[in-house]
Design a protein around this ligand. Structure first.
Ligand code: GLU
Length: 487
């Protein structure tokens, strides 16, 4: 029988979901979906000082926004829970009991200070643990434990350990000398498990078949393999992917601007575009395909196509990709997204949008090519949603104070009053005659009208903007601008 693929994403809720972690989640998700397997979400909240419920909620929210649904985990439930490490102490106690029975752990009473002194005295001959407590008499240690003497539990590794070898699904054969793993701590003196113990117990009891994660965990893997073996569990397949760098070659962080999924969402990126961009940070279908939907990612996802070298996060490429997704989107969908953004910006409300779907559709068609991120929208269309425009000082100085601007406004007003029906085509036809009639340059005439109607020299196409604004408001704006020109 072929074993069902079970993978997990195990964030520590010590902050927001970073794009690097989002990529880990995405690859695990895609791998599970590709194989018809199970994607488990586990919350590694063992760091009580830095883990918060808000962070957990924000991580779940970010995963949902990215479209990464999990089969087992918080909210979803499942047969291998609980899915929060802080609720799994029974599992860790059970695993520790097993290791006690098989003699693979021993209590250690060394204080951190004592250990540090011995390490210094040894002049760097060893830096892990010198096994002082390994040879203690069991009757003696039982008594010390009984009297409440603080102690940790250490793994007793083999005396002459063989190399630890595993076949990493991304990096190929990895070999570590057995001596790289010392008698490390599994359970702290306060009874809590260390990461390397908790993670293995969880991966084992959750029947995880593949551990796909960042290569910042590569050095933990030999230790974890030793624990899997000590517990008598099968060792999962490991796949370690390289880190994500900023364009300066340093590990991607907040210094490079937005680094969390939430920040990109707030900057107006589409989830589809972000997922596509992150998917290609270290994975590819071939050497040319750049637009990859979630479905295509799932269809083509194989671990062997994860790149071995660090990926560079280039926000310019993401911006470009966002534009591609915006323009390729169904018109109605873009319109609805635009309406949502305008509502959020307080420019419109759902009632108005429902009452004038066509008007919003025309507006959407006008702005889509000019939108790089959703955050551009309020600025682009704001002039349509205000009773009065405020003419920018600079625009006034550059255009309205030019000679002839007043005459252009008067003439435009007279012309537009008569245009019927008030659509872009007829508005254009009517206004095109003005420059000649006024003996003025076209540019100045149209820029004057533009500044009067939109308040600025750079805006959406003029005739369409006027049509969308409607006759009444357009005439009112021309009237209001007239006193701003030179008499
Ligand atoms: N909680 C760990 C982290 O966020 C999980 C590491 C792992 O995947 O084993 O780095």
């Amino acid at each position: 029988m072929v074993e069902t693929v079970r993978v997990r994403f195990a964030p520590s809720p010590t902050g927001l979901l970073h794009v690097g972690s989002a990529r880990t989640a995405l690859y695990n998700w895609a791998f599970a979906r590709h194989h018809g397997g199970v994607f488990v979400l586990r919350i590694d909240d063992t760091d009580p000082e830095r883990s918060t419920d808000e962070n957990t909620a924000a991580i779940l929210d970010a995963l949902r926004w990215l479209g990464l649904d999990w089969d087992e985990g918080p909210v979803a439930g499942g047969d291998h829970g609980p899915y929060f490490q802080t609720e799994r102490s029974e599992s860790y106690a059970g695993a520790l009991a097993t290791l006690k029975e098989t003699g693979r752990v021993y209590p250690c009473f060394c204080t951190p200070e004592g250990l540090a002194e011995r390490r210094t005295a040894a002049g760097g001959a060893w830096n892990g643990y010198d096994r002082v407590c390994r040879g203690l008499d069991p009757a003696d240690t039982a008594e010390r434990i009984e009297t409440g003497e603080p102690h940790v539990w250490r793994l007793a590794v083999a005396d002459d350990p063989p190399d630890i070898v595993f076949d990493d699904a991304v990096r190929g054969e990895m070999r570590f000398p057995g001596t790289a793993v010392d008698d490390f701590v599994l359970v702290r003196s306060d009874g809590t498990p260390t990461y390397n113990f908790a993670s293995v117990v969880d991966d084992a009891t959750m029947r995880i078949t593949h551990v796909i994660r960042g290569d910042d965990h590569l050095s933990n893997t030999p230790k974890q393999i030793v624990v899997f073996e000590a517990l008598g569990h099968d060792v999962p397949v490991f796949a370690h992917m390289s880190l994500i760098m900023g364009t300066d070659g340093k590990r991607l962080s907040k210094r490079h601007g937005a680094a969390s999924v939430k920040a990109f969402r707030e900057e107006g990126y589409l989830s589809d575009a972000l997922v596509n961009y992150i998917a290609l940070l270290g994975w590819s279908i071939d050497d040319k395909t750049v637009i990859v939907s979630r479905d295509e990612l799932v269809e083509h996802f194989v671990l062997s196509r994860i790149a071995n070298n660090p990926a560079v996060f280039d926000v310019e490429k993401l911006l470009w990709m966002n534009g591609v997704y915006l323009r390729d989107m169904e018109a109605d969908r873009f319109r609805d997204i635009m309406v949502g953004e305008l509502e959020r910006a307080g420019l419109t409300d759902a009632t108005d949008a429902a009452a004038r779907p066509e008007w919003y559709g025309e507006l959407a068609a006008l702005v889509v090519d000019r939108t790089k991120t959703l955050n551009d929208l309020p600025g682009l269309v704001g002039f349509l949603f205000t009773d009065e425009v405020v003419v920018e000082e600079d625009a006034r100085a550059k255009i309205l104070l030019k000679e002839g601007a007043g005459a252009a406004i008067v003439a435009a007003r007279e012309t537009l009053e008569l245009v019927d029906p008030f659509d872009a085509e007829r508005i254009e036809a009517a206004l095109r005659g003005l420059p000649e009639r006024l003996e003025m340059k076209s540019r100045l005439v149209f820029q004057t009208v533009r500044v009067a109607v939109t308040g600025t020299t750079v805006s959406l196409p003029l005739f369409e903007s006027i049509a969308l604004l409607g006759r009444g408001p357009t005439l009112a704006r021309l009237d209001a601008a007239l006193p701003l020109t030179t008499p």
